[in-house]
Design a protein around this ligand. Structure first.
Ligand SMILES: C[S@@+](CC[C@H](N)C(=O)[O-])C[C@H]1O[C@@H](n2cnc3c(N)ncnc32)[C@H](O)[C@@H]1O
Length: 230
């Protein structure tokens, strides 16, 4: 995975295909084969996760609010919709999947409530996000976010001559692992099956148990949740 990330710029298709295979492997490790299941990919960008779920036989549907993120050839049946208010009835999904969206929404708790609402009781919810103090927390201006978001963003623009995609407080939010875990564990609509680093090949759950250190060492938190009966 790490080698693939190093080639994100020069070979994005291969990088994202590998990322998708890895994420769907993770879903199947917790929930069994996805073939025949209804899967929702919320905030799925151009849809490479949706395509991988479909390749494995799932009925996968992409919901993405930003037309610019969809690219030129989104998967058939893509719905332009906001994750806060999905045009779906309660409990429609066996698996609700959201990769790297939580740090882009201003109200993660409401976003999670909507993911839980559309998931059937006993269904699986996959949520991952890059936390603010991760070395990648500042996204395109990382790791300079450690010295302040405004400074890091200005530096990015100065160095690249390009406008930064993200602005803290507008489309990127400082989400932390400790507070997110406390909020999720206090919910009554989901139970936490696993809280782990998404990309670490070893000690993935251990690193998340170390307060303080986890904010820097986890890189990306993966929450595997199960929908409780209403
Ligand atoms: C970093 S991209 C992640 C895309 C893809 N899920 C992935 O992991 O590569 C963040 C995505 O979140 C989407 N997003 C932002 N706010 C959202 C919202 N309120 N509901 C659903 N998606 C949202 C963006 O449009 C963008 O596609």
């Amino acid at each position: 995975m790490f080698r693939a990330f190093l080639h994100e710029q020069d070979d994005p298709d291969a990088c994202y295909a590998l990322l998708a295979r890895d994420a769907v492997d993770q879903v199947e490790a917790y929930d069994g084969p996805v073939a025949g299941r209804t899967v929702l990919d919320i905030g799925g960008g151009s849809g490479y996760f949706t395509e991988e779920f479909r390749r494995r036989g799932a009925h996968a549907h992409l919901f993405e609010p930003d037309m610019a993120e969809l690219g030129e050839k989104p998967p058939d049946g893509t719905v332009v919709a906001d994750g806060y208010l999905l045009p779906l009835r309660d409990g429609v999904a066996d698996v609700t999947f959201s990769s790297n969206v939580l740090e882009h929404v201003a109200d993660p708790e409401t976003f999670l409530s909507e993911l839980a609402r559309v998931t059937r009781p006993g269904g699986l919810i996959y949520v991952s996000f890059t936390n603010w103090l991760s070395p990648w927390g500042g996204h395109e201006w990382a790791p300079w976010h450690y010295f302040g978001a405004g400074r890091a963003r200005a530096r990015y623009q100065r160095r690249t001559g390009k406008a930064a995609k993200h602005t803290l407080g507008e489309n990127l939010f400082a989400v932390h692992i400790g507070s997110t875990l406390r909020q999720v564990r206090a919910r009554d609509d989901v139970t936490v099956v696993s809280a782990r680093s998404r990309y670490w090949p070893f000690l993935a759950e251990t690193v998340v148990k170390a307060p303080g250190i986890r904010e820097f060492a986890t890189w990306n938190l993966l929450l595997i949740l199960r929908r409780c009966p209403p």
